[in-house]
Design a protein around this ligand. Sequence first.
Ligand code: SAM
Length: 209
Amino acid sequence: MLKPRPVRLSWLIRTGRLSEFSPTALISEKLGIDWLMMFDEYVYGPGPGIVELLDLILRYVKPKSFLDLFGGSGALSKLASLRGVKRITYIDLYPDAATLNLRGISGVEIIKGDAMDFSRLGMYDVVVADPPRELIDDFLEKVDDLRKIFKKTCLIWIGDIEELEERSSLLEGRKMVKVIRAWGDCFATLWKPGFGDIVKHIKDLIEYG
Ligand SMILES: C[S@@+](CC[C@H](N)C(=O)[O-])C[C@H]1O[C@@H](n2cnc3c(N)ncnc32)[C@H](O)[C@@H]1O
């Protein structure tokens, strides 16, 4: 594999690697995300499901602090900042694009490191986790530890709809968690007492309009 490197969104579009109408391009432009990380020929960026769902959570829950695990381009941290969150921590193994995208935004701490090792990062009102597919199962094994680091809600990408059945078994029998489907992706949404009604309302909004 080539060394992952930050590339400009405009270059990806100009060279035909990304359509200007792709959800990643449209969301990045709207959020002012100019750089994405390129891994060989593949780029990671914000997806429509996680962005729409997180936006609703930020607007209803009104967190003061936010943790962006596997933060990639930093788009979700930027969204949190736009929604008024004052303390934001971002972590990813490759934070180069996020460092460029989040320049000049106050209250954001960027950490280069292993997001699986989240227990040392402190407590946050809202936590989001957008792991690569190959880490989802290992990450879900850590749900009990995750509950110790958020105060209000936590959103985890758990794969696309075809994978839902196999992943559901990892969440079965657990309290205060709902799977929400958005734009072909599935998310485990966890909450602490007092936030269940908000999560149920957001699920209704996003799944049934
Ligand atoms: C699906 S992408 C996240 C996209 C991101 N939400 C965005 O808006 O750009 C997954 C990310 O996980 C990162 N990653 C993979 N393994 C990791 C690990 N063990 N710790 C931290 N980051 C990791 C990759 O570098 C990649 O940026």
